[in-house]
Design a protein around this ligand. Structure first.
Ligand code: PEP
Ligand code: MG
Length: 512
């Protein structure tokens, strides 16, 4: 498996594979040569603004209509009188040119952001404009992008930079900020550029690392192993044959692993019969407070509305040790502490809000069959506690993930199967915990799931679930690996859930 799998919101279509190019936009840096605010400062600023306006007009001319309208709107922002007034005021107070520009643009962006989420996305465009004006003012040249195909890794990329990138050798984009509705995302989608925004942990990506950007599942695979590379390369080269493929008549249901509702449309285009794993971490990561009930209802409703008549399995929050959340209390130490259900038990109000939001969204979208599951269940007692709690909110189909060897012991498994409506096997964690490997720091190969110790557990879970007449799916990365998937089907799994972009090649392999 890859060195790391990072998650974000997928935007655009498909997959990109390439070397990382890390990019930092121009930012305010103290500038000694321009000490006090002055008339000369104002002239230089006006000239820099005029230059950026000219560049914007030029870029708009060469852009497609969607990008052009965004660039034109940015041009209008630059001519806003209140912006210039803000700059003059700061200069009069003795600020130097850069400080005056960055202060005035930041002030305008803040005012816009305070108007709500929709405007917040636009506020980042203003910040980009300010940064660009500063870049011109300080005489800094623009960064040269590599001539070889590359994947850009940045905190944010504004519309201006996006228009420059359109003429470069960029093949994929990763940003640590932004949302699926930001201008960057809109432009990336229009340019068919595989993109994942709001990626937490993008700082772990080093220049020249090999990266897979899977916009269909919102995942970024850093330094993948050979098997994953082969799998994804095949998906890249053959994805155009999507339409001719059908999942009809296959012995299992094929579902999508998603990290954001923004990926729903492309999952359907790739032929997903539903969602087998909706990871909800993205709603929580990088936040200072737990997301509100309303914010969660909005996201789950978006997701459910995209799959009428289909099944959607949502997993409640699975905290990971390398992604601490400031608003969560940590649990006691222990092998599986601070992950999955144990972490939620220590922060029960977070789980309760999540379940309430899911139940409410389900009532709004009754045509979609919502199933809910808990990650990293370590005992039958915890499985029962989760099922009881979720059902008390009116959720009808409640299950658990099987990800640790302790719950694969026959007795524990039987007890779990008595209480749950379904189980889903998370092979990523089950492999690491069974083989005593560490997913982040030691190399786990995609094929390690086929080691007898792991396969034995999977076979037992599948056959026990079948005997208990409970649906049993697989939602780890191995589900997308044809060799492993065929074995799982032989054992009797009822569904496989994988990155949507890998669905066509799996269907092809299963038909052979
Ligand atoms: C797994 O462990 O296989 C799984 C699907 O969960 P995650 O990768 O999110 O830990
Ligand atoms: Mg897991």
């Amino acid at each position: 498996m890859s060195e790391r799998v990072l998650v974000g919101a997928g935007v655009g279509t498909g997959i990109a594979i390439g070397r990382a190019f890390k990019y930092a936009s121009a930012k305010y840096v103290p500038w000694d040569s321009d000490k006090a605010g002055s008339a000369r400062g104002l002239m230089a600023i006006s000239a820099a603004i005029a230059q950026v306006e000219k560049d914007l007009g030029q870029s708009a001319k060469n852009a497609d209509p969607e990008a052009a309208s965004i660039l034109e709107a940015m041009k209008l922002t630059l001519s806003d009188a209140s912006l210039l007034a803000g700059i003059k005021e700061r200069l009069a107070d003795g600020a130097n040119s850069q400080r005056a520009v960055s202060g005035a643009f930041a002030g305008a962006a803040k005012a816009l952001a305070s108007l709500g989420e929709y405007f917040a996305a636009r506020a980042t465009d203003i910040e980009e404009l300010g940064n660009r004006v500063i870049q011109v003012l300080s005489g800094e040249g623009q960064v040269d992008f590599p001539t070889e195909p590359f994947i850009l890794v940045a905190d944010s990329v504004g519309p201006l930079e996006m228009s420059r990138l359109a003429n470069s050798s960029i093949v994929g984009l990763i940003t640590s900020t932004g949302s699926a509705t930001s201008h960057t995302a809109i432009l990336a989608r229009a340019a068919n550029l595989p993109t994942v925004v709001s990626v937490l942990g993008s700082e772990f990506i080093q220049p020249e690392d090999q990266v897979i950007v899977d916009s269909s599942s919102g995942q970024v695979l850093v330094n993948p192993d050979q098997a994953e590379l082969k799998q994804y390369r095949e998906a890249v080269t053959k994805s155009s044959q999507l339409d001719q493929l059908s999942t009809v008549g296959l012995p299992v249901d094929l579902y999508a692993n998603l990290g954001s509702s923004s990926e729903a449309e492309s999952a359907l285009a790739f032929g997903a019969q539903g969602v087998g794993l909706f990871r909800t971490e993205l709603l929580f990561l990088g936040e200072k407070q737990a997301p509100s009930l309303e914010k969660q209802i909005l996201e789950y409703s978006r997701l459910l509305s995209a799959f009428p008549g289909k099944r959607v399995i949502v997993r409640v929050l699975d905290l990971d040790t390398d992604k601490p959340l400031p608003f969560l209390t940590l649990t006691e130490s222990g092998k599986y502490a601070n992950r999955g259900f144990q972490a939620l038990l220590a922060n029960i109000e977070v789980l309760e809000t999540q379940l309430e939001a899911l139940a409410e969204s389900s009532r709004r979208y009754l045509e979609t069959e919502l199933w809910v599951m808990a990650p990293m269940i370590t005992s039958s007692k915890h499985a029962k506690a989760f099922v009881d709690l979720a059902k008390s909110y009116g959720l009808k189909n409640v299950g658990v993930m099987i990800e640790v060897p302790e719950v694969c012991q026959q007795e524990v498994l039987d007890e779990i199967l008595e209480t749950v409506d379904f189980v889903s096997i998370g092979t990523n964690d089950l492999t690491q915990y069974t083989l005593n490997l560490d997913r982040v720091n030691s190399a786990i190969a995609l094929s390690d799931v086929r080691k007898p110790e792991v396969l034995g557990l999977i076979e037992r879970v599948v056959s026990s679930s079948r005997e208990a007449s409970k649906p049993v799916g697989i939602c780890g990365e191995a589900a997308g690996d044809p060799e492993s998937a065929k074995l799982f089907i032989e054992y009797g799994v009822t569904s496989l859930s994988l990155s949507p972009a890998l669905l066509p090649s799996l269907v092809r392999a299963l038909r052979n």
